[in-house]
Structures are given as C-alpha cells and as structure tokens.
Design a protein around this ligand. Structure first.
Ligand code: FAD
Length: 322
C-alpha cells in the first residue's frame, strides 16, 4: 500500500493534539498511515502507543535538538525527511496555525501543490481528491493536483477513527537551521484557564450573537455551554460589541468549526458567519425573527426570545444530568 504522511502535532510534554485522530482516520482510508513527529527526545512508549491506537501503522520520529524551541521548521524538516524516505502519495496536516504554516513551507520546499481546509479527502481513479466547503458552506468543491498533494484538513471535520494498530517506529535525525526560524525562549504548557473545550475541534459549540445586547447577558451563552460541556462561540457582531473575546469568533474571519452540535443563539446567520459553522452535523438556532437566515441551515429552530428560551434549556439540561 502507499504511504500517507500525517503531521502529528505533539506538545513537548507528550500531549497528542486532537487533530491526529481524524487525520489518521483519513490516512487509513487512503493507504498506510504514517505519523510524522518532530521531537527532541525519543518519543515515550505511551505516546507511540497512543499514535498506534489512533491508527498510525508507522511513527516516523525525526529528532532535532531544536524540536522544542524552533517554530514549525522542525516539523517541516521531519516531513521532508519522511518524504524522501517513504515517497508518500499525500501529506495530511491539520488546518491549525502550525499545520498551515508547515504545509506552505513543505510545499515550497518540494514544489508540491497545497489543498487547504479540506472537509473530506478520498481516493478516486488513482488520484487523491480533497473536498472543500465554500461560499458559506453552500457548495462542496473537489480539488485534485498533479503530483503529490499537501492537504490541510479542517479540525473537527472528520468524525471517525482508524482501527487501532501496533505502530512500528522509525527514527531519523534531522538538521534544523534555527537561525531561519522563530525560536521559543521558554515553554510553559498553558495553564487551564477554563474547563471548557477549545473552540477549534470542539464536538459541541454554543454561540451567541448581537441578540444578547450586552456582555452581561452574554453570560447566558456561557451558562448553556457549560451545562452541555460545549465550547463558546460568538458572531463577529457580538465580538465587535465586546460581549466575547475575538478568539471565540466563528466565521469567515474567525474560526471554522465542524462540531456534532452547533447552537446559534440570537445570531442572524449572515453568510460570513455560516461560512464557519455550516458543516456542523446538527445545527440548532434560537432567534425571535422567523425569517432570520440562520433557519435556512438549521436542523432544529426555535422562534423565540433567547432570554426566555435559554434559561429553560439550561434548567432542562441540568435537571436531566442531576
Ligand atoms: P445581527 O445580524 O444583528 O443579528 C442579531 C440577531 O439576533 C437577529 O437575527 C435578531 O432577530 C436576533 N435577536 C435579537 N434579539 C433577540 C432575542 N432577544 N432573542 C432571540 N433573537 C434575538 N460575522 C461573523 O459572525 N463571523 C465572521 O467571521 C464574519 N466575518 C466577516 C467578514 C467580512 C468581510 C464582513 C463584511 C462581515 C463579516 N461578518 C462576520 C459580519 C456578518 O456580516 C454579520 O454582520 C454578523 O455575523 C452579524 O452578527 P449577528 O448575527 O450576531 O448580528
């Protein structure tokens, strides 16, 4: 079978990013999944076992003294070395900040084409085809390249797992020119500021819009999110009005999410907002305007006032989980 490289993002403390699951599942559909990791020290057995459990038939660990300090360059060197060694038919990366940068650098290095923000990838008639969700999620566009594609995949878009395997480990040493990379002086694992899941890649998202009218009222969005164990999102209007931080903005100029459940509260559903959430598997909308465009994409809609509906939802959820 043909090798498919997956860049596994792993923190210096050995945490495997959630994106690895979907990327390895896609890779297993297309060929032999190889998890590529840039690492300073040899990977711990539990990290290798975790990658195997996620479907990596092979773990290609590229060691460099700069792996924890230089930004992205070690991952690019790791991928380039794996490319030379394994001659894969595709490289898959998360459409995360690091994944996007690594994809671009690798493509420049290898003269490959980049297909970005795919929501699905398949093999057809000997070609690898990436599907992208465009124009506010209204169209799926299939793209293919001549030669080996470098593909970034939208976090959360792939809701499947590859069968667990026992991963073979290949070790290589790579040389990273740290003078040409941003360098981290010291590294601290971000202390958990919130119990909530991260928006990017979350399975459930509760988002609020201008309909809440104030930052104080927006707390209701957070209350429902906490009752459901969901991440908090916001429309740009809510962000611009200061109800919620910019990091929570969902949409064309914010984060793109593909959760199992997306609840839009007091959000009209402008095309720029829908661009970032329309691939959610189930969409629930609450809006007092029955003609709000968000209802065009909602699976379930409540025409009503968020100040009446949301507290009832929170009570109902809490009473079920009590
Ligand atoms: P509004 O459009 O004002 O809608 C508020 C909604 O709340 C209305 O439908 C109203 O009926 C409802 N409502 C009011 N009170 C209540 C109540 N008490 N109970 C129930 N419902 C109520 N937007 C994004 O979200 N993300 C982006 O990334 C983004 N990028 C953009 C990029 C560009 C280049 C441009 C031009 C715009 C972008 N926008 C983006 C802005 C977008 O066009 C909309 O202006 C924005 O999404 C509107 O946010 P909203 O739905 O919260 O507000």
């Amino acid at each position: 079978m043909s090798h498919i490289l997956v860049l596994a993002e792993i923190s210096p403390h050995g945490h495997v990013a959630d994106s690895a699951r979907g990327l390895l599942a896609l890779a297993a559909r297309l060929g032999d999944p190889v998890a590529v990791v840039a690492t300073r020290e040899p990977l711990a057995d539990d990290v290798i076992a975790r990658l195997g459990a996620l479907g990596a038939a092979q773990v290609y660990q590229a060691q460099s003294e700069h792996a924890d300090s230089a930004l992205v360059a070690p991952q690019v060197e790791a991928l380039a070395a794996a490319l030379t060694a394994l001659n894969p038919v595709a490289v898959l990366l998360s459409h995360s900040f690091d994944g996007r940068e690594a994809a671009a650098r690798l493509a420049v290095r290898t003269g490959s084409a980049v297909l970005v923000d795919a929501v699905n990838v398949r093999a057809e008639a000997g070609r690898i085809i990436a599907s992208g969700s465009v124009f506010g999620g209204n169209y799926l566009v299939d793209s293919a390249t001549t030669g080996m594609p470098v593909i970034t995949v939208r976090p959360g878009a792939i809701d499947e797992s590859a069968p667990a395997v026992s991963a073979q480990v290949t070790s290589e040493t790579v040389t990273v020119d740290a003078t040409k990379a941003g360098v981290v002086d010291s590294y601290n694992e971000a202390s958990e500021v919130s119990e909530r899941p991260e928006l990017l890649g979350a399975k459930k998202v509760v988002s609020g819009g201008r309909g809440f009218g104030s930052k104080e009222n927006f707390a209701m969005v957070e209350e429902l999110a906490d009752a459901l164990g969901a991440a908090v999102g916001a429309s740009r209007a809510a962000v611009d009005a200061g109800y919620s931080p910019q990091t929570t903005q969902v949409g064309q100029t914010g984060v793109s999410v593909s959760p199992d459940l997306y609840i839009a509260l007091g959000i009209s559903g402008a095309i720029q907002h829908r661009a970032g959430m329309q691939t959610a598997k189930t969409i629930v909308a609450v809006n007092k305007d029955a003609d709000a465009p968000i209802f065009d994409v909602a699976d379930f809609g409540i025409v009503g006032d968020v100040f009446t509906v949301v507290p009832q939802l929170v009570d109902a959820i809490k009473s079920r989980s009590a």
